[in-house]
Write a protein that binds this ligand. Structure first.
Ligand code: BTN
Length: 287
């Protein structure tokens, strides 16, 4: 049936050496991340991918749920086994977001009738015209201070109409179809294959240089350096401007009080231009 996830079609689009060469597709599952973790614990090889049409208990970051409407997006988890210390594992999030970002940039030429702004938001959101089109949740298995496996879970919204999102998130979520103002349904199978191809390419490059290139690329692609942000971590909030990205992918903020704060998790709100000027003035960083 057109529009359905289809293994043959996906395999035809794959150009990978090992990524998704072991592929399991589910019509429905609670969470592809949970399933992938179970497989990883039982020795599943690197590159194994679990893909679902619908998740009944999709997981988001910070204990939230992830809406995974049937037939509307691709919800998948990749098992990786990089030789990496635990403190550098967050770089896989950034790398995953960059891979999705690059794939969308490449596909937009063929499908988009408009030219919406694609951006990255720390740590791992991909935004289309400021709304979230993709989220990533990575989960780790560790052996002392080394990574034993990482499950990188990707939720990419593809064919949603506004009413396919719950009212609670409608104002902040989008899909490729909405962002690109496409009249046609977009091909989920080939979009999935394209993400996987990009993912393997980026992963192999990163393995060679211990993920340093991800930090450089992320800095180059994102508009966040120098932006004023509010960072929420549970009940704590910091305001400041983004000074740098650390070698482990942590965000380094210059806070209003003048100190530097290095954060590895949290929710970032980008503040508007006026706020940027106001805050930078306040910090005596602009004339
Ligand atoms: C976020 O909160 O931004 C992260 C969302 C991650 C969602 C994906 S969908 C596939 C995989 N399985 C899950 O349960 N979650 C991730």
């Amino acid at each position: 049936m057109p529009g359905q996830l289809n293994e043959e079609e996906i395999l035809r689009g794959l150009k990978t050496r090992f990524m998704a060469r072991s592929l399991k597709i589910f019509n429905n599952i609670k969470s592809t991340n949970d399933h992938a973790r179970l497989l990883a614990e039982n020795g599943a090889p690197e590159g194994t991918v679990i893909l679902a049409d619908w998740q009944s208990k999709g997981k988001g970051r910070m204990g939230r749920s992830w809406e995974s409407a049937a037939g509307k997006g691709v919800w998948f988890s990749i098992i990786l086994r990089p030789n990496l210390s635990v403190d550098r594992a967050p770089l896989l999030n950034l790398m995953g977001a960059l891979a999705v970002y690059r794939t969308i940039l490449g596909l937009g030429d063929s499908w988009s009738s408009t030219n919406p702004k694609l951006s990255l938001k720390w740590p791992n959101d991909v935004l289309l015209d400021g709304k979230k089109v993709c989220g990533i949740l990575s989960e780790l298995g560790t052996d002392e201070d080394r990574v034993q496996y990482v499950v990188v879970g990707v939720g990419l919204n593809i064919n949603h109409a506004p009413e396919d999102f719950s009212p609670a998130i409608r104002h902040q979520a989008t899909s490729l179809k909405l962002g690109w103002e496409s009249k046609e349904e977009l091909p989920r199978n080939s979009i999935f294959s394209a993400v996987i191809n990009q993912f393997e390419k980026d992963y192999l490059v990163n393995l060679k240089d211990n993920f340093k290139i991800t930090v450089d690329d992320w800095m180059a692609e994102t508009g966040m350096i120098g932006r004023v942000v509010r960072l929420r971590q549970g009940r704590r909030t910091f305001e400041g401007y983004v000074k740098d990205l650390g070698s482990g992918g942590e965000l380094i903020l210059q806070t209003e009080g003048g100190g530097l704060v290095s954060v590895t998790s949290g929710e970032v709100d980008l503040l508007g231009v006026n706020a940027v000027n106001r805050s930078l003035n306040h910090l005596n960083l602009v004339p």
